[in-house]
Design a protein around this ligand. Structure first.
Ligand SMILES: Nc1nc2c(c(=O)[nH]1)N[C@H]1C(S)=C(S)[C@@H](COP(=O)(O)OP(=O)(O)OC[C@H]3O[C@@H](n4cnc5c(=O)[nH]c(N)nc54)[C@H](O)[C@@H]3O)O[C@H]1N2
Ligand SMILES: Nc1nc2c(c(=O)[nH]1)N[C@H]1C(S)=C(S)[C@@H](COP(=O)(O)OP(=O)(O)OC[C@H]3O[C@@H](n4cnc5c(=O)[nH]c(N)nc54)[C@H](O)[C@@H]3O)O[C@H]1N2
Ligand code: SF4
Ligand SMILES: [Mo]
Length: 726
């Protein structure tokens, strides 16, 4: 890793650590902050305010009513303007769907059957911790501490249960860490390359925009609380454009839907620049004052003329020209990106090209103009990271970081030195959410691998565990978190006692630390104390907001100076303070063909998108909840009539989609929502709950994106399949 990479890495690390949230709070006869733990509130019924733990840009605040230690009502917090009193459909019934679900894991379990068979018997916490500790000590003495892999992810993005105690534990052990690359692994470093930040226009300021491009993001589904701001802007005269290869729920509502071939956005953005520059629609003054690399960019985009771009993207030349003109003139113009744009080989360069556009036209000058991306830097600045990221101050650190996108390869790689001999999986379900699942399966079946999973359910991944430990849900533990899609901070007090023998992730790692003989004080700190210390900050974003305030109110909006015009006069986060068109790598974005083998192209002629377009599931979460599964229906494949006719496929037929990695059985939806040559399947379904036992990620490839900082993101959508009737 070179110096520049190190710099961006550390910076991202701190800021990404802020990707999280949570909360809960009080409004009852007796203030809940008088109670150190839950379950001892003598009041008849108490109302606690909290926040959704999902990896979601909205980070909704909620209200929970509790009587006799049981949740009696649950819903969105009406006082929080962003949540506006409404949770999304999949979370409305969260207590019964997750916390009180009859299949919820309530005791530690030890495997008795074969790996993957799902046969377990209960074991006591004491015994299970002792057995795992004994095996871990043996593994470390025989193979070294790096042979232990910490595989935590964003199943909860609330800061404490996401990683605070586990980070301390694995730093103390000097284990291997996992790079969090599957979501944001390309878009985050790419935006940093150009703008030195992922912050931009604030979510609420979208109402001031008059030309809005929702680029590779399904706002109506993935970011539902942003949608009202889109509508408000439209009422005020904004035109809404969606760039998406699929007619998503959001694209259906657009004033203009641009439907390029997947993975070609970089060419589209460069083509727009070609038109903007050649027609003199640039903001020359802004470019001169606040950007660098324009001369090179001007030369570079000459080869991305509308004709060449139309061939790459499968779009009309006129549409490219019109989009460029309208964008440049539609002041203020806003481009909204999230994560959907990155999941292909060109995802990093696509983000870089898009991130350049607002500086080329000077869109940043006006409120509502610029780029709207991620907001976690707010929490990264505001909170006390000395405490939250205490593990960074420890004398020992994880020895290597491995890329989660290629977990299957990592578990099977004979050359990895040392090989992974023990894996701790928490807040993550890689058997459903990581690509090339059949390879992951092969790895998790290894008899010489100790697999420990912390979970709410016996998920597809937990089935492969040697030990499963029952984790608490958001209603049962302390936590804190901010958001990556808006600018509110929340705390989370436990509203009810943990069900059964469930314990917070943090407590599991405290117990493991004791078992391993780690006697440092940091393993004694309680969750409540960590939450408290996080608000011990004098950053102006938290002016007047401390732990007591949070206990009383549950949530707060960061005190951000208004109007928030971060780059009206440059002030980018790059070393020069300028928007750097050449990026830190000193190169310009290009369109690159994906290197499929000839055989792959011949045998598997269709490109498969696997996208999060269910309403009921959140990634793989909730996909085991019956009423939500019923609403989604059978796993399906969207296929264009031309491709269906060529295969004699009718709407409703049972199909198989297959390639060299897997075979998925599903139902045909013959539709013009997708282009010829591309098919689309929803992501999130649990393989064991669909016919044939395989789902989206049994087909996807573990190919990496173009940007290799932090290991490279996941090119999930670069996947080829053939489709036939069963
Ligand atoms: N094909 C395809 N694959 C994808 C994507 C795609 O679009 N297409 N999207 C990718 C993206 S963007 C993401 S973010 C990833 C998500 O990947 P994951 O983070 O693996 O998915 P989730 O289903 O959100 O959560 C994983 C698990 O965390 C558990 N969990 C929740 N809270 C807690 C807790 O407090 N403690 C413990 N121990 N466990 C908890 C849940 O029960 C759940 O089983 O998937 C990626 N994979
Ligand atoms: N209901 C629901 N909401 C969620 C989630 C969920 O699982 N379910 N997951 C949450 C998570 S973890 C995340 S990261 C966010 C993600 O939120 P978004 O960033 O909106 O990402 P996705 O929903 O993965 O994909 C958005 C759109 O990108 C399109 N797309 C695919 N490939 C390309 C391409 O090459 N170019 C362009 N222009 N578009 C492309 C897809 O067709 C899809 O409609 O959503 C969060 N919100
Ligand atoms: S999943 Fe997202 S939209 Fe739904 S309640 Fe949670 S934060 Fe809100
Ligand atoms: Mo994600």
């Amino acid at each position: 890793m070179n110096k520049k990479e190190k710099k961006i890495n550390r910076r991202k690390f701190v800021k990404n650590a802020a990707k999280g949230y949570a909360s809960i709070q009080v409004a009852s006869t007796l203030p809940a902050y008088l109670f150190a733990t839950s379950g001892c509130n003598p009041a008849e019924a108490s109302i606690f305010h909290g926040v959704c733990y999902h990896d979601c840009p909205d980070s909704c605040s909620w209200e929970v009513k509790v009587r006799d230690g049981k949740v009696i009502s649950f819903g969105g917090d009406k006082a929080n303007p962003f949540t506006a009193g409404k949770l999304c459909g999949k979370m409305e019934t969260f207590p019964e769907d997750i916390t009180y679900h009859p299949d919820r894991l309530l005791r530690p379990m030890k495997r008795v059957g074969k790996k993957g068979e799902g046969k377990f018997e209960p074991i006591s916490w004491d015994q299970a911790i002792r057995e795992v500790g004994d095996q871990l000590k043996k593994t470390i003495s025989e193979h070294g501490s790096e042979s232990v892999l910490s595989h935590g992810y964003m199943g909860t993005q609330s800061l404490i249960q996401k990683s605070v105690m586990s980070n301390r534990f694995f730093a103390r052990m000097e284990a291997s860490d996992i790079a969090h690359t599957i979501c944001g692994g390309a878009v985050i470093p790419a935006n940093f390359e150009v703008n030195g930040t992922v912050m931009g226009v604030l979510p609420e300021d979208m109402v001031h925009s008059r030309y809005i491009i929702l680029w590779g993001t399904n706002t109506k589904n993935s970011n539902v609380h942003q949608w009202p701001y889109v509508l408000k802007a439209r009422e005020a005269g904004a035109k809404i454009i969606v760039v998406d290869p699929f007619v998503s729920a959001t694209a259906k509502e657009a004033d203009w839907h641009i439907q390029p071939l997947p993975g070609t956005d970089v060419a589209l953005a460069l083509g727009m620049m070609n038109v903007i520059i050649s027609e003199g629609l640039v903001d020359q003054d802004y470019i001169e004052r606040y950007t660098s690399g324009y001369k090179e960019l001007k030369e570079h985009v000459k080869s991305y003329d509308p004709k060449s771009v139309s061939d790459i993207c499968g779009l009309q030349e006129d549409d490219i020209i019109q989009l460029a003109r309208e964008y440049a003139k539609g002041k203020p113009s806003l481009i909204r990106i999230l994560v959907g744009i990155e999941h292909n080989y060109n995802g990093g360069d696509a983000t870089i090209a898009i991130a350049i556009l607002p500086s080329l036209t000077g869109a940043w000058r006006k409120l509502g103009g610029g780029l709207m991306h991620l907001t976690f830097e707010m929490g990264g600045l505001a909170l006390n990271w000395e405490r939250l990221d205490y593990h960074r101050q420890m004398p020992t650190q994880p020895k290597r970081t491995l890329n989660m996108v290629q977990i299957g390869q990592l578990l099977n790689n004979p050359d990895l030195n040392p090989a992974i001999k023990s894996i701790f999986i928490y807040n993550s379900n890689p058997m459903v959410t990581a690509p090339n699942a059949n390879l992951t399966k092969k790895g998790l079946e290894r008899e010489d691998l100790l697999t420990v999973v912390l979970e709410h359910f016996v998920t597809e991944t937990a089935k492969y565990a040697d030990y499963i430990f029952p984790a608490t849900t958001q209603l049962e533990h302390w936590d804190i978190g901010d958001s990556w899609g808006q600018v509110y901070i929340n705390i989370n007090q436990p509203a009810i006692s943990p069900r059964g023998e469930a314990k917070p992730n943090s407590e599991f790692f405290r117990l493991m630390a004791r078992e391993m003989g780690y006697t440092e004080e940091c393993f004694k700190e309680s969750d409540r104390d960590i939450v408290k210390s996080a608000f011990d900050s004098d950053h102006p974003y938290l002016e007047g907001i401390d732990f007591d305030y949070m206990l009383k109110h549950g949530w707060a909006r960061y005190k951000i100076p208004e109007p928030y015009l971060p780059h009206a006069e440059g002030n980018f986060g790059t070393a020069s303070g300028k928007c750097n068109f050449l990026g830190q790598s000193n190169s310009l974005p290009t369109y690159k063909e994906v290197a499929y083998s000839e055989e792959e192209k011949d045998n598997y002629p269709l490109q498969l998108l696997t996208i999060k377009n269910t309403k009921g599931f959140h990634n793989s979460s909730h996909a085991n909840v019956k009423h939500l599964r019923r609403k989604e229906g059978r796993l399906w494949l969207d296929i264009h009539p031309e491709d269906a006719n060529a295969r004699n496929i009718q709407n409703g037929d049972e199909l198989m989609a297959f390639n060299q990695r897997g075979k998925v059985i599903l139902e045909a939806k013959v539709t013009e929502r997708i282009r010829p040559g591309v098919v689309c399947m929803p992501h999130g379904y649990w393989p064991s709950l669909v016919k044939g036992g395989q789902a989206s990620n049994n087909l996807t490839d573990d190919r990496l994106t173009d940007i290799m900082l932090w290991g490279g993101g996941a090119a999930l959508q670069d996947c080829r399949v053939q489709v036939a009737k069963t």
